[in-house]
Design a protein around this ligand. Sequence first.
Ligand SMILES: [Zn+2]
Length: 409
Amino acid sequence: MKVRLSMILLLLVFISNPAFAQESLPLILAHANVINPADDAPWLDQTIVLQAGKIQSISSFPATLPGERMDLRGAWVLPGLIDAHVHLLNIAAARRMLSCGITTGRSMFAWNYADVGLRELRKRGDADIPTILASGYPVLADLVRFKPDITAIFLDHPVLDDLRRPGRIGPDGARRIVRANAERQVEWIKIFANERAGILETEPGTRNLNDEELKAAVEEATRLGLPVAAHAYSDEGVTAAVNAGVRTIEHGSLITEPTLKLMRKRGTYFVPTLYGFSVALTPDSTPEERSLQPRIEMLLKCGRQAVATARRIGVPVVAGTDTGYEEKEPTVIDEIRQLASAGLSNLEAIRAATSLSAECLAISSAKGALKPGWDADLVVYKDNPLKDLSVLREPILVINGGKVFLRKE
Ligand SMILES: [Zn+2]
């Protein structure tokens, strides 16, 4: 009896391994309520046909072609969620991310190009790895004194050895770090306009890269066709980054309305990573965490105001968590809810992690929507997440590149 029960459980909760990958017969999802976040209203009772990793058709007629059928019985389908700011370091974390229905992530730094490795596994067809946009190592003013330790960059790039001393990298160093990343085929360049907020040694209002280094990094990235994301908090840091031509501002908690207006004018996206600042102290909190708590609470309060102002004046707000999807770490679903509580509507908050995020990451011709020809990355819920965002916590089906990764009955 025990054996049988566990067999049934295994069948009910099926998380696939790459070895289980299904082959080329179409997968037909019947009776699906389809939410395309860029549209205002869902399409009810649709038939979705997936084949060869792509969405082949979506229509209100039942499909007659042969294939594997799944009756969704009126469940709600979203394009796979996108997290625009992750730090994935291993396969287990990538699988955890996918099991939450997050089928795409933009890596904003990973040691030893773990992000490039994960991206390549997914490109080879591994159904248990989300699509990853890699950024490798960040460009920052002092490679040796930075916390956490990023001196692994010298193991990956011994040619940068002369920068292995405390002191500024300078504009030339900034260009060389961009080129080193580009050699490893990253999709994005991450730069630090301000210092970090989450450690006691640095102040988020202080500049990290100076104007010359920042401009040099963005120029070099632009020359190589790579978009740039800037870690920045203050008006000064954000303004320098926006004027240099970065595509996204990460965190940005301390920005005020004039700077947001500049962002709107320049078409810069805002990735406020609010949930990262919402951590409450616990009995296990370290003395450093306790000392940092007032700063973190202030950044959350300011960040929420910045999001409300951004929405009012039309700066696009995109969902990113700034976490690594290790056990118990928050997910982009927490960030979607946080954005909604800061003033976005439920639909806008979902757009921030689907259609709008895809546009921001320049992948909107394949991701962030459910359309024929788009990637077959789907997440399915029993109830309508537009009515209640907490529904996002319980995906019943996750399809990644046309392959079933998670299925619950
Ligand atoms: Zn980060």
